[in-house]
Design a binder for this molecule. Sequence first.
Ligand SMILES: NC(=O)c1ccc[n+]([C@@H]2O[C@H](COP(=O)([O-])OP(=O)(O)OC[C@H]3O[C@@H](n4cnc5c(N)ncnc54)[C@H](O)[C@@H]3O)[C@@H](O)[C@H]2O)c1
Length: 327
Amino acid sequence: MANKPRALVTRPLFPAARAILDEKFEVEYWTQAERIPRAELLKRVTDKEALVVLLTEKVDDELLATSRKLRIASTVSVGFDNIDVPACTRRKVVATNTPGVLDDTTADFAWTLLMAVARRLVEGDVWMRSGTWPGWDLDQLLGGDIWGKTLGIIGFGRIGRGVARRAQGFQMRLLYHDQARVAPEVERGLHAEFVDLDRLLGESDFISLHVPLLPETRHLLSKDAFGKMKPTAYLINTSRGPVVDEGALVEALEQKQIAGAALDVYEHEPKVHPGLIPRRDVILTPHIASASVETRTKMAVMAATNAVALFEGLRPPNALNAADLGL
Ligand SMILES: NC(=O)c1ccc[n+]([C@@H]2O[C@H](COP(=O)([O-])OP(=O)(O)OC[C@H]3O[C@@H](n4cnc5c(N)ncnc54)[C@H](O)[C@@H]3O)[C@@H](O)[C@H]2O)c1
């Protein structure tokens, strides 16, 4: 039997994804509990033709320079800010991600955060467990209404539109901002109005972020943006941490420029800005917006399928640089 191509996979993934990879490749899985150290990644990738990574591993020029046999880098995430796609293209390495399979799960979670922060769910839970709740009273844990309010969505792609669909059931007014306007029938279907960023910031009661991390979206929400928001507004971030200037967010909360924030992602993961930790007007979750059994399995299977496709002479279905590589 001819030798199989060699692959490095930085997590054991799930059985369904391993079955796909194991059939095609001779696979080395990183199985230790801690994430693969960078030096170990660079060492192990040198003789591999395929690499499957998580968003915590960077595929950059340094890595590509040490892995001259590499033909594909497949990330188990839709966001691909961990992959230097132009560098991959220069070295004729296909880069792939996992779009589409996590839209509704991630939108569900953005909605979970929106409701939880507005209705002070976590504070209520902590109170009940403390054994100090004295019983019902009229003015306990008053939050903000959700129904009938204005939701501003920044980044109206797959997930942003998923959040917009959920807003329909809450009779919300919907504003969106994106670098590109969607088709009129999509706007009509979602009752969504395209506005510039300033108007969205000034009129929204809830702002939910769904842009990819790019040079242009880094610190999209900074001191200036918080200054334009309503003092009753809540920020929800399930996109990428650096889209928000965390220091400016802490300042805005301290100065009551906004009412609260619910964050699933952080500027310097796994660190969290120390100013956020003690705040009761903030909900913090550990980057789990796509973390359902079904969706994480689909993502892993998709990443495995992308890697295998190339070695079957096919164009990987989610190749990010297909056109540039002439695939
Ligand atoms: N927290 C999580 O676990 C989690 C899960 C899934 C996705 N994400 C993040 O969510 C992001 C969005 O995912 P998606 O599948 O909806 O992507 P998408 O490509 O479908 O949508 C992104 C939208 O952002 C818009 N955009 C890009 N640059 C912009 C700019 N400068 N200003 C305004 N709009 C801009 C694009 O035009 C597009 O409509 C991913 O890139 C990823 O980083 C996070």
